[in-house]
Design a binder for this molecule. Structure first.
Ligand code: GLN
Length: 517
């Protein structure tokens, strides 16, 4: 069997890796080993993973190779390895949500999306880092360690899914899964130059996703190309009877739409620029890349119009009432009785269940998680319920109506994904309100239940990636994949190559061993 250098292999798109697997030019075992080699040399500087599962990944790869050899009909991505955010449970592999309170917890079952990956023959490389319980925008709130942005290791990779984004950006993994409650797939996507998709609420099963705010949470793909996200989206999506919010209808034809997009013909498509989430407050370099992308979309035949979503400015306020309210309820299950950590009261303190819970939570939860539990408990308390939670729900309805009204006029909506490029460690961590502002443009999609995705739109003047966001109507995830794939192709042309050619990867040079059968 021909040998290939690790660098050549891991830099391919997942779709191209799949082609090589199909052609017998590489085995899943070789491909998985190549990524494990990169993980070995990259982790000291990137720290994207909380747990690497090398042995089981290689076993799964071997199994995938056997199934292919036996002639089993497998999906396109069969044999391509993937990293999974540690907010998603994996049977037999420790799952902590980056919290001390779940340290050592080994789930006895797989999330539906994980079962689907296994069925598809996709080896799981390991579990990626995140802000504790997916609460944050920089991954600095992980109870274990930060994750560094591959574009500049003094900067954050965004959050909460900074681990998945950094793993894909550093070529440690071709694909990853994330969770997006307010932007945790898309904002890290923007800050690391990766593609990140938040599917329609209910379009991908949440069974086995550790709950943060159940009415907002969605699992979705992370990749380096639009087509790769589309291929992964079709594997993880679809109805699941174990998720009561799962959509019974068939998924729309996502991969077909992404392939259609590469033809770069957007004639007849109407694209609405959301006035309220672009322009003022966005870093000039971010806005410049956004404006250039709009021009490219126009050149491909799309009609660009301004759209107003008058209630979007209230999204952040409504989110920071609704989300902590749900957090306070969902995280009540971590009581020292059932999962992970248990801290007994010290001698001299009554050894009651209530005291045990208090000591466990004090030791097990980090500051940001405690802040949100307190905020949510307050918002839901009898005397304040209507004033806070009730009002926020009314605002949510107005945002849903804004989306509905906008999609009467246009096919997709667009905005920059994040107001700034990647910021430095320590810059925002002590200022929660500034940190919360990272998600002004992503949160509306979660409140509205609509699909949205971020794709890299080039580099800002500071040499760091910028994200471009698309929103589509509910259950029409396909509609955003077409212009996203078209824009990606046009941008690659404009910059003469994907942004990845600009990324310096010293860790790859040391991983550049030859892999052989
Ligand atoms: N950054 C947002 C927050 O802190 C979004 C989190 C998420 O999507 N999980 O809540």
């Amino acid at each position: 069997m021909a040998s290939a250098s690790t660098n050549d292999l891991v830099k391919l798109s997942a779709a191209d890796m799949a082609e090589k697997l199909k052609a017998g030019e590489v085995s899943s075992k070789e491909l998985t080993q190549a990524h494990l080699n990169v993980i070995d040399s990259a982790e000291p500087s990137i720290q994207a993973f909380l747990k690497v599962a090398g042995d089981t990944a290689l076993e799964q790869a071997e199994d995938s190779d056997k199934r292919r050899a036996a002639g089993e009909k497998l999906p396109e991505l069969a044999g391509v390895p993937i990293a999974v955010k540690d907010m998603i449970v994996t049977k037999g592999i420790e799952t902590t949500a980056a919290s001390k309170i779940l340290e050592g917890w080994v789930p006895p079952y797989d999330a539906t999306v994980v079962s689907k990956l296994k069925k598809a023959g996709m080896p799981i490389l390991g579990k990626t880092n995140l802000d504790e319980f997916a609460q944050g925008s920089s991954t600095e709130h992980s109870a274990y360690h930060p994750t560094n942005n591959p574009w500049d290791t003094d900067r954050v990779p965004g959050g909460s899914g900074g681990g998945s984004a950094a793993a894909v950006a550093s070529f440690e993994a071709p694909l990853a899964l994330g969770t997006d409650t307010g932007g945790s797939i898309r904002q890290p996507g923007a800050l690391t130059g990766t593609v990140g998709v938040k599917p329609t609420y209910g379009g991908v099963s949440r069974f086995g996703a550790i709950a943060m705010a159940s009415s907002l949470d969605q699992i979705g793909p992370v990749s380096r190309t639009v087509l790769d996200s589309a291929l992964l989206h079709e594997i993880i999506g679809g109805y699941d009877e174990r998720d009561s919010t799962s959509i019974p209808e068939q998924l729309p034809a996502i991969v077909k739409a992404a392939r259609e997009g590469t033809k770069r013909d957007l004639k007849g498509m109407k694209i609405g620029v959301v006035k309220e989430i672009s322009g003022e407050g966005f870093q000039p370099g971010v806005q410049a890349r956004f404006d250039e992308s709009l021009k490219l979309l126009e050149e491909m035949g799309a009609q660009i119009v301004d759209v107003s979503a008058p209630h979007f400015p209230y999204s952040l306020g409504a989110y920071y009432i609704i989300m902590p309210s749900e957090v306070s309820s969902n995280l009540a299950r971590y009581d020292g009785m059932r999962y992970g950590l248990r801290v007994m009261p010290p001698a001299g303190v009554a050894q009651t269940a209530a005291n045990m819970m208090a000591y466990t939570r004090e030791a097990g939860f980090g500051d940001e998680v405690k802040r949100r539990i307190i905020l949510g408990t307050y918002a839901l308390s009898a005397g304040y319920y209507d004033a806070w939670y009730g009002s926020a729900q009314k605002v949510r309805t107005l945002i849903i109506r804004d989306f509905a009204a906008a999609f009467e006029k246009v096919d997709v909506l667009v905005s920059p994904t994040s107001p700034t490029t990647a910021f430095k460690f320590g810059e925002q961590i002590n200022d929660p309100l500034t940190m919360y502002l990272n998600d002004v443009a992503t949160i509306p999609a979660n409140l509205g239940g609509v699909p949205a995705m971020s794709i890299p739109a080039g580099l800002s003047d500071d040499g760091l990636p910028v994200g471009f966001q698309f929103f589509a109507p509910q259950k029409r995830d396909d509609v955003m994949y077409k212009p996203a794939a078209a824009l990606e192709a046009a941008l690659n042309d404009k910059w003469k190559a994907p942004i990845w050619s600009e990324l310096k990867t010293p860790w790859l040079d040391s991983a550049n061993q030859t892999v052989e059968e």
